[in-house]
Structures are given as structure tokens and as C-alpha cells.
Design a protein around this ligand. Structure first.
Ligand SMILES: Nc1ncnc2c1ncn2[C@@H]1O[C@H](COP(=O)(O)OP(=O)(O)O)[C@@H](O)[C@H]1O
Ligand SMILES: [Mg+2]
Length: 209
């Protein structure tokens, strides 16, 4: 039975698709991984197309983009066939996003250290709470230390929530890897971005990636 990780956050541009792609790519070397793209913008599908067309095939990631009324049954099918299913969801709290959250073992919510990202994240946290799903908040594009970061950390704590210890910096390596259909752990394994992504994986899985 697979572990289903749903990346959700109603704010666009928060890093959902980047995170979904990188988690899938980091785990694909050692696990049977599927990605399920329920965002109608389908940027994860484009990433996967580019990955499939690479001259030297990277570790396989199966791609699915079922949404709507078929989503729940499809997810049950994927659970039985893969070790990990990563769902990339749309930038709104619509029915598909709700079903993606409902089907998750873990809801990952990326947020940049700014008030609008936090406000949007809290809406997603509330939905996950209504569905009784565990959530983890990940600071993305964050400077090592800043007033904004501290303010967001305090606001998250005031909501009784915790940020993941691992965070992601604002690094070109993320965009560069995405553009060629890879994750940072594949495209630039020695980069800071890859080290950050491995820390995220370790915190999610409880293992060293
Ligand atoms: N940590 C990061 N460092 C650099 N660029 C990033 C980072 N996270 C996201 N981006 C870039 O920001 C843009 C929006 O990210 P994306 O994953 O598409 O957000 P979402 O799916 O939440 O709308 C993309 O161009 C992506 O490459
Ligand atoms: Mg996206």
C-alpha cells in the first residue's frame, strides 16, 4: 500500500509543483513512485513529458492526471500499485483539492515567508483539519534568517502549528532542474538545493534519503 503525499496550498506560485516534482524524483531511485496531477494548469505533466523525453532515462515515475468524480477510485488503484503517490493540487480549494487532501496520508503545504502565503496556508490547514489529515508546513524560498521569516514562524506557532525543520532557499537549481524534467537531487546532487531536498525527504520519511 502506497503512502499518499498531497502537496496543497491555495496560493499560486507557492512552490507546490516544484515540491511535488522534487519529492517524486528524490524517491524514484528507491521506490515505485506515481504522480497524480489534479491541477488543470498541468505543469507537472509538462515536467513529466520532458523527463520522459530525456535521452538517458532517469528513474521511472508513473504519471496520472485523473480528476473529478474518478479521482477517489483512481487513487485507491494507485495505492495498491505504488509505494508512493505524490499529488500536485490546484491553487484553490475546489472539489478536486478537497478530494486530494481527503485521500492523503500527509498534506504538505509550502509557503513563502510572507503574510499572504501564511493566510492562504491557514485556509488549506483548515480544510485538512476538517478532513482529519495530518499537515506539515514547509517554508519555501526563504532566507536563512530574516524578520519576515521570524514573523511567519511566530504566527504559525500562534496557530498551534509547526513548521518543518527543513526549509528550502530561493535557488536557481530548483527552476533549472524542473526545466529539464529532473529533481535537484538528480540534476545537481551536490548543490545546496539538493541537500535541502534530502533534508525534507528525511523529515517526511524518517529515513535518510
Ligand atoms: N525554492 C525555490 N527557488 C527558486 N525558485 C522556486 C522555488 N520554489 C518555486 N520556485 C519557482 O517559482 C515558480 C512557482 O512555483 P510552482 O511550484 O509552480 O508553484 P505552485 O505550483 O504553487 O503554483 C516556478 O517558476 C518555480 O520554479
Ligand atoms: Mg502548480
Amino acid at each position: 500500500m502506497a503512502v499518499v503525499i498531497t502537496v496543497a496550498q491555495q496560493k499560486g506560485g507557492a512552490g507546490k509543483t516544484m515540491l511535488a516534482a522534487n519529492i517524486a524524483a528524490a524517491l524514484a531511485a528507491t521506490r515505485r513512485v506515481a504522480v497524480l496531477d489534479i491541477d488543470p494548469q498541468h505543469s507537472l505533466r509538462r515536467w513529466h513529458h520532458i523527463r520522459d523525453a530525456r535521452p538517458v532515462a532517469p528513474p521511472a515515475i508513473a504519471f496520472f492526471d485523473v480528476s473529478g468524480w474518478r479521482l477517489t477510485a483512481e487513487l485507491a488503484r494507485l495505492r495498491s500499485q505504488f509505494d508512493v503517490v505524490v499529488i500536485d493540487s490546484p491553487p484553490q480549494l475546489d472539489t478536486d483539492a478537497r478530494l486530494g487532501i481527503r485521500g492523503a496520508d500527509l498534506v504538505l503545504i509550502p509557503l513563502q515567508p510572507s503574510p499572504p502565503d501564511l493566510w492562504a496556508a491557514l485556509g488549506t490547514v483548515k480544510l485538512a483539519g476538517a478532513e482529519r489529515r495530518p499537515v506539515k508546513l514547509i517554508l519555501n524560498r526563504t532566507p536563512a534568517a530574516s524578520k519576515l521569516r521570524s514573523a511567519v514562524e511566530a504566527a504559525v506557532a500562534a496557530e498551534g502549528l509547526a513548521l518543518m525543520a527543513a526549509t528550502l532557499g530561493n535557488r536557481a537549481a530548483f527552476a533549472n532542474a524542473f526545466a529539464v524534467g529532473l529533481g535537484v537531487t538528480e540534476a545537481s546532487p551536490k548543490s545546496l538545493a539538493a541537500a535541502e531536498m534530502r533534508a525534507i525527504i528525511a523529515e517526511i520519511t524518517g529515513e535518510t534519503a
